[in-house]
Design a binder for this molecule. Sequence first.
Ligand code: F6R
Length: 624
Amino acid sequence: MCGIIGYIGDKKTSDILIDGLKRLEYRGYDSCGIAVINGVGGLYLKRVSGRVDALDALAASDPVKGARAGIGHTRWATHGAPSEDNAHPHTDCSGSVVVVHNGIIENYLELKEILLKAGHKFKSETDTEVIVHLLEEKLKNLDVAEKNARQAMLEPVFFEAVRRTIADLKGAFALAAAWAKCPAILLAARQHSPLVAGLGEGENFIASDVSAFLKHTKRVVFLNDGEIAAVKKEGVTFFDFKGRKLERESIVIQWDSTMAEKGGYKHFMLKEIHEQPEAVEDTLRGRLLPISGELLEREINLPLELIKKFKRLQVIACGTAYHAGLVARYVFENFGMPTEVDFASEFSDRAKITDKDTLVIAISQSGETADTLHASREAKVSGAKVLAITNTVGSTLTREADFVLYTHCGPEIGVASTKAFMGQLAAVYLLGVHFATARKKLALAEARTYAEELLKLPRLAEELFLSEKSIAAMAGACAGSEHFLFIARHINFPIALEGALKIKEISYVHAEGYAAGEMKHGPIAIIDKGMPVLAVATTSKAISLMAGNIEEAKARGARVIAIVDEDSRKLIKAADYIQVPKTMELLSPMLNVIPLQLFAYYVALAKKCDIDKPRNLAKSVTVR
Ligand code: F6R
């Protein structure tokens, strides 16, 4: 998830781009850059590793005058570490074509190989750079027209080159391209990543979202997948990927810029809950072998020999990431791999039983959590190899771990983790299936079945949001309670823990997550009349035991809200139900957690809590 902006008009382009990038920083902030076209043939390019303020200072020290068009980008790394070389915009070999991109190009390695053979020189490790070289290649092939052309005639050439370029791309992209020889037009295209055109008076914009240009215009057209925008000073024209002109109506946005950053949601947390289908899609995108559904080896670079030989897995993590680790234990054990899970803070300073036969998996959204870093350093000293699952390219954990598997969730702004957890779960399933097939615990046909089910989850998660209103109503009705209990069994037990953690963090009430089977060994004593008990009771091997636990809670006066699927609903008697779409039991945590996140959100909303910045908490805990 990166932020892109393009501008064409009479104002000082670099200022407009930099101001827009500041507003897009919530989409990514590890590096940034702008390219402005300075008269025919002139290209002014400034990029920095770091935040937009640094870019602003750099541009101020070397200002550019007279430019009327340009593009800019703020990056959240997916391919290649955060660095100036990997920062966008990227240029072709001639230095006259520039591209910014948000998304993931699945076939970039194949394209890169072809382009390298054709003599292109690459300067970055990004997937994006293939786009600009491909565009250069397409422009070369359209050379005849270019030689004969006057300025205005170059525009159709540029358009056709962009159109042919995107026809070769697989994956997700929102991109904007500029060509110094053709300064009166910017071209932008969308496929699975957001893009919106801003229509001004004698100036026009293209951006990842409206916050980038809202102070200049509120009249916009949201591009659909498969559309191209030709942005000129006089107006914006829309086309499909076949080059056919489209009629698009503009709308007037009523949001202010803070609302726009949140995509119209009241809080980043709610926006991020809704971004989870995309987080799963992006974490899986381009990483599975088409035939068997296995994880591509290049995504992790963990030698097969090592996968075959480790004797046990040890997961270390904190907070929500620890809950992903608990799910991981069920997944790995399901495939016959002995697995321990520890809070990183508890693993540290304890006598170690990890050794060279252990693969340690450190899970951390930020890659900067002090406890997780400390524990993974200790694990390395004990002789173990460390594999990091993280969302943050270039973080300390990625530099220190032996191997890394990235989640591709984009920056998470809300302090309470939601979409990062979802990405961690997706990564855990990818690893589980990959290890199990490598260790011959899973036949390729079975691996494929898991992959197919995983790929369905984003759509099923979307379906789940149809229940959001009724979840909000249930949460509102319970918001006065001071105690909440979350119960579940087996692979959903970590989801009960996560549901309780979410509500504690943002509503400041007492909530406990418990293994349902443990209830009668003590905790059932706390249940009294009207206490909300959220019971995860989707179809599983333990569903009849779970039904019994729900009866026990009801008998003590609990108000049970059961998370069920179509089949388990018939077996459960509860005061309220939240029905989730059905998936395999092993994958069910990825759907079951969503209603609990929403429930926690709406309880906090009813209590008027500061949801994105809960008291006493920090997004990244960098002290032990
Ligand atoms: C809870 C939450 C925290 C983090 C924990 C680990 O909503 O956000 O519990 O999960 O601090 O953070 P990372 O994953 O960055 O190591």
